[in-house]
Ligand binder design. Structure first.
Ligand code: G3H
Ligand code: ZN
Length: 287
């Protein structure tokens, strides 16, 4: 069964580690993420963007897929199914349907509206034991059509947002979705420290986890980051492993074109990356 991410992340915050939140797109990725977490004896968050859920056939398919794989794969580590960057209507839909965690992302709206909607989502989610993430400021770059300005979060707005009762907060601290440009200034630890101080122990979320150097990841965790989102890096290793398989002509040998064989190297590469990131984030053995 799926668990809410609230307890998972409270423990992570207290224990000074972070839980990886990995985006899924299909059967193979979902298996790969579950496998990596199980082999690491680590809690894990599987998340779908609105677009990925649509691609997979809808939220109900995602719920059944994750729940049934937990059963059939014999997964014993805690697993949360989370909606990533959800609009208001989609967040409510996922709460209703059986996601165990949702992000309501109103960061593109005027702040007062973001706050009002967040309150409504929290009320509906908590009535069903579902955890809630909201965003203040903006994550730079683009993810699945969601484009952000990269504006640093205002600590006062962060405090107002956590006062709504959300379970964890995503704040823009110079992080960017997708790969980081050569001239990236790095995370703003000054902003992160101010936010952590004023929000008094609420778990913080680092979006755009792909391509952030380990030392910055570790410093961010020491300052209160308890959930780290990774998407692009999984896509990159999947594509690279699949390309290698095809370039080596392995799809032409025997029944190497069978999708169960063709997709196996990419799937294994995602599992490996998940295990590596779990080590980086410090959640190995924390299930
Ligand atoms: O919400 C998902 C993440 O923030 C993923 O970011 O693609 O840069 O790893 P990433
Ligand atoms: Zn994100």
């Amino acid at each position: 069964t799926l668990v809410s991410a609230a307890d998972m992340l409270k423990k992570a915050r207290a224990g000074k580690y972070a839980v990886g939140a990995f985006n899924t797109n299909n059967l193979e990725w979902t298996k790969a993420i579950l496998q990596g977490a199980q082999e690491s004896n680590s809690p894990v968050i599987i998340q779908t963007s609105m677009g990925a859920a649509k691609y997979m056939g809808g939220y109900q398919v995602c719920i059944h897929l994750v729940e049934d794989l937990i059963e059939s794969m014999g997964i014993t580590v805690p697993v949360a199914l989370h909606l990533d960057h959800g609009e208001y209507e989609d967040a409510l839909k996922c709460i209703e349907m059986g996601y165990s965690s949702v992000m309501y992302d109103g960061s593109h709206l005027p702040f007062d509206e973001n706050l009002e909607k967040a309150k409504e989502v929290v009320a509906k989610a908590h009535a069903k034991g579902v955890s809630v993430e909201c965003e203040v400021g903006s994550i730079g770059g683009e993810e699945d059509g969601v484009i952000g300005s990269g504006e640093l979060a205002d600590p006062k707005e962060c405090k107002a947002m956590t006062d709504t009762g959300i379970d964890f907060l995503a704040a823009g601290i110079g992080n960017i979705h997708g790969s980081y440009p050569e001239n990236w200034a790095g995370l703003s630890f000054e902003t992160l420290e101010k936010i952590a101080d004023i929000t008094e122990g609420i778990p913080l979320v680092l979006h755009g986890g792909s391509g952030i150097p380990l030392d910055q990841i570790q410093k961010a965790i020491s300052l209160g980051v308890s959930k780290i989102n990774v998407n692009t890096e999984c896509q990159e290793v999947f594509a690279a492993a699949t390309r290698k398989y095809i370039e080596e002509g392995k799809d032409q040998i025997g029944k190497g074109f069978d999708p169960r064989k063709l997709l196996a190297p990419g799937t294994a590469a995602v599992t490996e990356l998940v295990k590596q990131r779990i080590e980086w984030f410090g959640s190995k053995g924390k299930a």
